[in-house]
Write a new protein. Sequence first.
Length: 89
Amino acid sequence: MTPQEIIAEIQKLPPSDLEKVKNALENGPANGDEAKKPMTEEEFARFLLAEGIIGNIPDPSQLTDEDEDWELIEVKGEPLSEMIIRERR
């Protein structure tokens, strides 16, 4: 679609939808570098909390050495990634 065609389609919208398009263009990701800036860990944790994915945000000062010292567990069988690829075919 060309910009002229897009504008023609937008002009056909009712006034309430025109306002939504205007707001999206003013505040959308195509407007400036800030939208391209990745989230910080704290912002991501707050997002997960707001979405109900996590129940609380752990305080980093409360972490112990035990929390940092984890080891991978060796599992026999087909890797999960390969299983997913096979199942999708």
